[in-house]
Each structure stands twice: as C-alpha cells, then as structure tokens.
Design a protein around this ligand. Structure first.
Ligand SMILES: Nc1ncnc2c1ncn2[C@@H]1O[C@H](COP(=O)(O)OP(=O)(O)OP(=O)(O)O)[C@@H](O)[C@H]1O
Ligand SMILES: [Mg+2]
Ligand SMILES: [Zn+2]
Length: 504
C-alpha cells in the first residue's frame, strides 16, 4: 500500500476539523446557515494554516443538500458530498500553472452557465497572486458583475500582490498562525488515531517547531513517526530537528550572559557555518532568553514550557545565574535588532555587535531605554498598572524631554530613514515655539513626500511633537554658510522650501 503523508491524510473534511481559525469558521458557518453567501472571498495568511482546506470545505458546504442540519458543515451523505473530486460545479485551479489571460477568459465564459447539481458554481483559485495582469483584468470583469450562482474563492499567501480593485470586491479572511498548545493537541490526536505513543514534551517540541503552521507541524510529526521505540521522546524529536543547533543556541546564550566575547564570536561563527540565517538566529536567541525569563519569573514555568526535566533544570541553572534586568535588556536589544537586520548591509556584524552590547551591559538601562520600554507598555493599556503609567512622564517644558518622547514614538515605527533625522536635528523651545533646526540633509528628508504623499516625515514629526506641545512648531534650516553644495540637488527634488518655514 502506498504511504500517504500525514498532512494529506488529515486534511480537514468539515469545518469542525479546522483548528485555530475559529473567527473565520464561525462566520462562514453562519453565512451558510443564514443563506448569506457572497460572490467572492479572499483567504489569505501564512502557509499551511488551512486556506485551501477551508476553501474546499466551503465549496462543498454551499452546495450540500443538508448542511443546514449539520451546523453548516457538508453533510457527507448527500449526492453533492458523495461526488468528491468529480463535482462538476466546483473548479479548482492553481494560478501558479494557469496564470494566463485565456484561462481567466475561459472562466468568465463558463461561469455564466448555471450549476448542474448544487446552487453555486464555485471557482477556487489557489495561489491567486500568480495570475498575470491580463488575467487579473479578466477576473475583475467577472467579479464586477458575477452571475447570481457564481462563487469565487481566491487563496494566497501574498495578499500585497493582489490588485486593490480585486481586493475591494472580495470578503477577506486572514488565516492566523495557530498557537503552540492548539498545535500540540492536534499532533497528539493524530498520533492517538495512528496508535503511536509519545510524551507530552515530544509533542510540544513538534508543535513549537511548526511555528504556527499546521502543515509544517504535521510534516515534522510525520518525520518523527518513523522513529523506532515504544514512545516518541523529546530527544527523538530533537534528533529529527537537528539538535546541534539547539545546543549551539544554549552555548551562545551562555556566552552572552557570561560576557565571554571570544565564545560569542566562535559560537556565532559555528551557527552561521551550519547555514543558520542571522534573522532566524536573532529570533531563536530572543525566544531562548524569553524562556529563561519565564523560568525566572513564573512559578508555573514548568507547566508553561512543557520541557523534559533535565532540559528544564538546565534552563533554571542558567536563569539563576543572571538577573531579570539583563534578560529584559537582552530581549529588548534583540527584538530591536530583528527589524533593523532586514535593512543592514552586514547583518552578521550588526548581530555580533548587538550580542557584545548585551554581554557587556549589566542590563541597567539608560533613561531612553527605560522610556522606550514604558512607552511600549503604555501602548498595551490592558497590561499596565497605574504605577507604571505614572512613570511615563515627559517634561513638557524641556525640549530634550519632548524630543525623547518623539523619538520613542517614531522609533516604534522602525523606519531606517529616520535614523538620519535623529543625528542631524537639534531642538529648542523659544517662547511659544518648539523649534526644530535641521541640516539640509535632514530637511530634505523631512519635506519630501514618499509614496505619493502618503508618508511625509515632517507631518509625522509634527504630530508626534503635538502630543506634548500644543503651541507653534517651527522647522528651520540650520544655516551653514560654508555649504551651498546641496542647494541645486535639493531644488531638483522639488517640493522643498528653504528658510524658516511654516507651510501649513
Ligand atoms: N487550520 C487547520 N486545521 C487542520 N489542519 C490544517 C489546518 N491548516 C493546515 N492543515 C493541515 O495542513 C495541510 C495543508 O493545509 P492547506 O493546504 O489548507 O494550507 P494552506 O493555508 O492552503 O497552505 P498554502 O499557503 O501553503 O497553500 C492540510 O492537509 C492539513 O493537514
Ligand atoms: Mg493552499
Ligand atoms: Zn451533503
């Protein structure tokens, strides 16, 4: 008998089988139960989270004769449900292989004929972002005036590649990453059905490695399935995943916490040579520090992390030798580094210097770091105590303090372009005026309109300053009599005015 991969064997057949997407499933169910099905849907979200599976279930459910008495699910017994893949009212196409305009025109013609057995003629267009421009145009015409019986379900991981005209005609559903505990339960239930025994730690490690994707988690479960022994253990899973990298992360974390610069560099080098991506590494390491923090702060850490005893003991050991501040600081730096890594010329250098920075610091943060953290907390009011709220104070009479508040707000947006502004701008309070003096470079940056005027840093700065200053805000060009070189370039950019400005 042929072996069927677990992820195919366990493709959900009804809405009840789909895990972790309750927000979507309940809406779709209700639409079926109340006969309120639309003509076009867009299913988007990370890979392996159930888009295609849900599209197939929905396509069957809308045509099922008895979905009403099965809570919106396809009943599995009627004529339509029994047709399976031969259902001529459902067309599944993969835009990756049929991306041409002819195909879309063909759909446009055929969709006019009414369905044969059910109420809807359904088109599932998978990987829809692969359609050519011409095909999108043809599809758009159909979506503009769909026949009463037409139902389109478009699926994609890359929603940003879909033209806005198409998006605006679809009901959009965003499939979420599935939480680790939900994944772990799912894997456990598959192993139960397959008669495979396992430890809780093993299943949890598989779920964690799936990183929110059900398909990935189930595939890993499949790879672990073949391992001999009565019971699948944590070590077995680690062996399948490649323990070496797990051990090296521990070694690297230790080196950082022990302020051991040579080991930091050699361990990083080792990981990079194993082919580990730097951004990935930064993320893994920050997760590791987060686990340490959990061990340090939560009495229930053992239940939360679901790790084997000796691994947990190892974590506890490392956690005991460091401080909460240091761990918080490490996470803070690594998370900040994660976003800048994408734009960095040398990610490796940035990563290494971040590690050295963490290792040489006691973790006692400077005022700015503290403000930044408090600001983040403030952004999540549900998490914040009133004591913490009181701490986030900007002195509204001090230009420096206001500027710090502004920086914190804008750094949250993580825009690398703004880095230049911090360096090239000075601020002062002059009576009723908050004065921002800019070098020419900074001034040009601030007054340019990026993305057809959608981004204008001057406006962003004004609104950020406005949170603390309700009087006049003035931008001036800091005069440098020796420098006239930039004039022409700046004028060429257009949209720039010189001198003291107030161009509201
Ligand atoms: N939410 C889910 N509930 C249960 N199983 C799921 C879920 N999502 C994915 N799976 C499993 O993963 C397999 C692939 O899922 P599916 O094809 O629906 O994902 P997808 O979101 O369309 O992925 P892709 O973006 O790669 O096309 C399914 O056969 C099933 O085993
Ligand atoms: Mg899919
Ligand atoms: Zn049915």
């Amino acid at each position: 008998m042929n072996y069927i991969a677990l992820y195919r064997k366990y493709r959900p057949q009804t809405f009840d089988d789909v895990i972790g997407q309750e927000h979507i499933i309940s809406t779709l169910r209700n639409q079926i139960l109340h006969n309120k099905v639309s003509h076009a849907y867009l299913f988007t979200g990370t890979r392996g989270t159930g888009k295609t599976s849900t599209a197939k279930i929905f396509a069957r459910a809308v045509n099922c004769a008895d979905a009403q008495s099965h809570n919106g699910n396809p009943c599995g017994n009627c004529f339509v449900c029994n047709q399976g893949a031969n259902n001529i009212d459902i067309t599944e196409m993969d835009a990756a292989s049929n991306n041409g305009v002819d195909y879309a025109r063909d759909i446009r013609e055929k969709v006019q004929y009414p369905p044969v057995n059910g109420r809807y003629k359904v088109y599932i267009i998978d990987e829809v972002h692969m359609l050519s421009q011409g095909a999108f145009n043809a599809l758009l015409k159909t979506l503009e005036e769909p026949p009463e019986h037409a139902l389109f379900i478009l699926c994609t991981t890359e929603v940003h590649k879909i033209p806005a005209t198409i998006l605006s005609r679809c009901m959009r559903f965003d499939f979420r990453l599935v939480p680790t505990d939900v994944l772990a339960k799912h894997i456990a239930s598959i192993y139960d059905q397959e008669g495979k025994s396992y430890t809780a730690e093993a299943v949890n490690a598989i779920a964690q490695a799936g990183e929110g994707s059900v398909r990935d988690a189930v595939s890993i479960a499949d790879r672990c399935f073949a391992i001999e022994g009565d019971r699948l253990t944590y070590d077995d899973v680690m062996a399948v995943l490649g323990v070496s990298s797990k051990n090296s992360i521990t070694a690297l974390a230790k080196a950082v916490l022990n302020n051991d610069a040579p080991s930091i560099l050699t361990e990083t080098d080792k990981l990079v040579k194993q082919g580990k991506d730097i951004a990935r590494l930064a993320k893994d390491l920050s997760l590791y520090f987060k686990d340490l923090l959990t061990v340090k702060l939560c009495p229930t850490a053992k239940q939360m992390l679901v790790l084997p005893d000796e691994i947990f003991a190892g974590l506890k050991d490392i956690a005991n030798q460091t401080t909460t501040q240091k761990l918080l600081y490490a996470i803070d730096v690594l998370v900040g580094c994660d976003t800048t890594l994408r734009y960095a010329l040398s990610p490796l250098m940035l990563f290494e210097s971040a590690l050295l920075k963490i290792s040489s610091s006691s973790g006692e943060v400077d005022a700015e770091g503290l403000d930044r953290r408090l600001y983040r907390l403030e952004q999540q009011p549900q998490n914040m105590s009133t004591d913490t709220q009181k701490l986030f104070i900007v002195d509204k009479t001090s230009a420096e303090s206001i500027w710090r508040g502004v920086k914190i707000q804008l750094e949250e947006k993580n825009n690398p372009l703004l880095v230049g502004v911090w360096r090239d701008v000075t601020v002062a309070i002059n009576g009723n005026e908050f004065v921002v003096s800019c070098t020419r470079g900074a001034y040009a940056l601030l007054t340019c309109n990026f993305g057809k005027g959608q981004i204008n840093y001057k406006r962003e700065l004004e609104s950020a300053i406005g949170k603390f200053w309700d009087k006049t805000i003035t931008f001036v060009l800091a005069e440098d009599p020796n420098d006239s070189t930039l004039d022409d370039q700046l004028k060429a950019l257009g949209n720039i005015r010189f001198g003291s400005t107030d161009d509201k």
